[in-house]
Write a protein that binds this ligand. Structure first.
Ligand code: BT5
Length: 257
């Protein structure tokens, strides 16, 4: 059980630990009424980890860390897109504090040396069509070697152990991340101002100033990334039409062309 320095998130009865589970997110969605605001679910492996839009998240035993944070106290202005940015900023800062330079690839990837080391999945969870919770999932690659990743993601994924060239113990990182997450969340709840965490996402962005391919359903287009708006949307310029437009995170993926 990691030592946590938080006042709300993961305290006392609100820390759930699993050696193995299908998915911490799925567990929350099946137990919505009994899980409190501020609960943190931690798993050392998942057999059916989920990414965005039905994609899979690989979280093998003893090598990865899966976390879900359950929010039940939030205002309408705290949109899932912005909460994803808040989480990415807190994780980026926590990893920077343990000496790892991480870039944020809008909307939900964390990269080291251009490879994905962690991902964030924010889901609004409903019961009988009533919003019950927003659950934020974080998957972090800790101790995978290259061959532990499914072949199709090999060249694009990395782990903290691969990057530091030594086994990675996550306790400090979990504590530091949750502490920062709690600070960012409480400040945001009070001020409703996303700028403090959005400015981190802009400053540490892996895509601002770059040319990327936007994939939206079957459509692909090359754009220059100009910035991140106060709504959390990505501001881009289409390279062929020269038009500026904003992208919504739930609809698009970015690739390097
Ligand atoms: C994500 O989705 O990156 C969100 C990951 C969130 C996982 C957490 S773990 C706790 C909670 N419980 C869950 O069941 N899920 C959440 P997305 O942007 O859609 O990226 C998914 C894509 O990343 C896949 O299609 C693969 O290409 C790639 N991928 C899968 N596993 C990976 C890994 N371990 N490391 C790097 N890339 C991976």
């Amino acid at each position: 059980k990691p030592y946590l320095d938080t006042k709300i998130f993961g305290t006392q009865d609100n820390l759930y630990l699993f050696e193995t589970i299908d998915s911490t997110h799925t567990y929350v969605s099946h137990n919505l009424s009994t899980i409190d605001h501020g609960s943190v679910l931690l798993a050392y492996s998942q057999t059916a980890g989920r990414g965005r839009r039905g994609r899979k998240w690989s979280s093998p035993i003893g090598k990865s860390l899966s976390l879900s944070i359950v929010l039940k106290e939030f205002s309408d202005q705290m949109k899932p897109t912005l909460l994803t940015q808040l989480t990415a900023a807190a994780l980026q800062q926590a990893l920077a504090e343990v000496g790892l330079p991480i870039a944020i690839k809008w909307p939900n990837d964390l990269l080291i040396n251009r490879r994905k080391v962690a991902g964030v999945l924010t889901e609004a969870m409903f019961e009988r069509q009533v919003l019950q919770a927003i659950t934020i999932g974080i998957g972090i690659n800790l101790n995978q070697s290259q061959s532990d990743f499914p072949t199709e993601i090999h060249p694009k994924a990395t782990s903290l152990a691969l990057e530091t060239e030594s086994p990675f113990f996550a306790d400090k990182l979990i504590a530091q991340f949750l502490k920062l997450f709690e600070q960012f969340y409480q400040d945001y709840q009070q001020s409703l101002d996303p700028e403090p965490f959005l400015s981190i996402c802009r400053q540490e962005s892996a895509v601002i100033g770059e040319i990327v391919t936007v994939v939206q359903g079957d459509k692909r287009r090359d754009v220059e990334v100009l910035g991140i708006e106060a709504t959390g949307e990505l501001l881009v310029r289409d390279l062929s039409s020269k038009e500026k437009m904003t992208l919504i995170s739930s609809e698009v993926s970015l690739r390097n062309p």
